[in-house]
Ligand binder design. Structure first.
Ligand code: NDP
Length: 283
């Protein structure tokens, strides 16, 4: 394998020790760090993600609780529940697991989590803060992508970063964070004509689409850093958007799926929860 493996599992384990220490220090000051996760309905993938978040909390000594709500809940009831949780002074972070069942308005529900408790960084205030370079909560997945690139020493300033995908939770914030690091950024999406002509120019290539193996070796520049955000299931097996086996022979750095960005996402969520608790303590 030519490429350096950007190992999200290893990186997140390194972070666990530091995070557990921060949680302990808060506990010694009488503060229990608390996260409340709201899960609506019974989507199996969401149940797995919520369980992983819960386990991560337990590992660090964060008090994590999951609020289960029925899939046929009304918008009003959901928003009332979020208002109630967010008003609870003992809770540092509130997370609404997405996607919501059909018929519920995600954007409206997310506005019921105030920016300081929005540990997912999805409130428009936090998105605006990222846009303007102000202090705010950064969404966990793109934050994890940047942590990974920086920790593995991937050169960023002046380099061409190509982000494939333009969602509000991954593609757009990843592009803004890369821009903050002085990359020259191109954002591609489903209407992009001749996608390979863009990806082949990338020194840093972030794939955030959700199509198994769509980034093939011929679409990658020799020595590029390839970050695979995609999570797909093929024949019951997890895989990313990148044809890992072929691309690893050409790239300079590559993140695997599983064991890559997914691990970083949970680690960054924990970081955002601890940050929120520390900020509340110093208020
Ligand atoms: P969305 O479905 O919201 O966005 C997908 C993006 O991909 C869209 O911008 C879409 O373009 C673009 N796209 C679709 N088809 C193509 C194509 N053929 N060529 C180029 N672009 C295309 O997904 P998310 O951003 O939420 O997630 C992306 C992937 O990352 C998914 O696999 C998801 O499961 C995974 N994910 C992983 C996380 C992790 O922790 N590792 C966390 C969050 C997501 P358009 O806008 O034009 O429709």
């Amino acid at each position: 394998m030519a490429a350096v493996l950007m190992d999200g599992k290893w990186l997140s384990e390194q972070l666990t020790q530091k995070q557990a220490q921060r949680v302990k220090e808060l506990q010694e000051k009488g503060k229990t760090v608390t996260l409340s996760v709201v899960l609506v309905g019974d989507n199996p993938a969401s149940q797995t993600y919520v369980r992983n978040k819960q386990l991560a909390c337990e590992k660090l000594g964060i008090l994590g609780s999951t609020v289960l709500l029925p899939g046929d809940i009304s918008q009003q009831e959901l928003e009332n529940k979020l208002d109630m949780l967010c008003a609870d002074e003992s809770i540092d972070g509130v997370l609404l697991q997405l996607p919501l069942p059909k018929g519920l308005d995600e954007a409206s529900a997310l506005m019921h989590i105030p920016p300081e408790k929005d540990v997912d960084g999805f409130h428009t205030y936090n998105q605006g803060a990222l846009f303007s370079g102000a202090d705010g909560v950064v969404a966990c997945t793109p934050k994890g992508v940047m942590y990974m690139l920086k920790t593995y020493g991937v050169p960023l300033s002046g380099k061409h970063a190509v982000v494939v995908g333009r969602s509000n939770i991954v593609g757009k914030p990843a592009a803004l964070l890369l821009l903050q690091e002085n990359c020259t950024v191109t954002v591609c999406h489903s209407r992009t004509e001749d996608l390979p002509s863009f990806t082949r120019q990338a020194d840093i290539l972030v794939a955030a689409v959700g199509k198994a193996g769509m980034i093939t070796a011929d679409m990658v520049k020799e020595g590029a850093a390839v970050v695979d955000v995609g999570i797909n299931r093929v024949d019951g097996k997890l895989c990313g958007d990148v044809d890992f086996d072929a691309v690893k022979e050409k790239a300079g750095w590559i993140s695997p799926v599983p064991g890559g960005v997914g691990k970083m996402t949970v680690a960054m969520l924990m970081e955002n929860v601890i940050d929120a608790a520390e900020k509340r303590m110093t208020k």
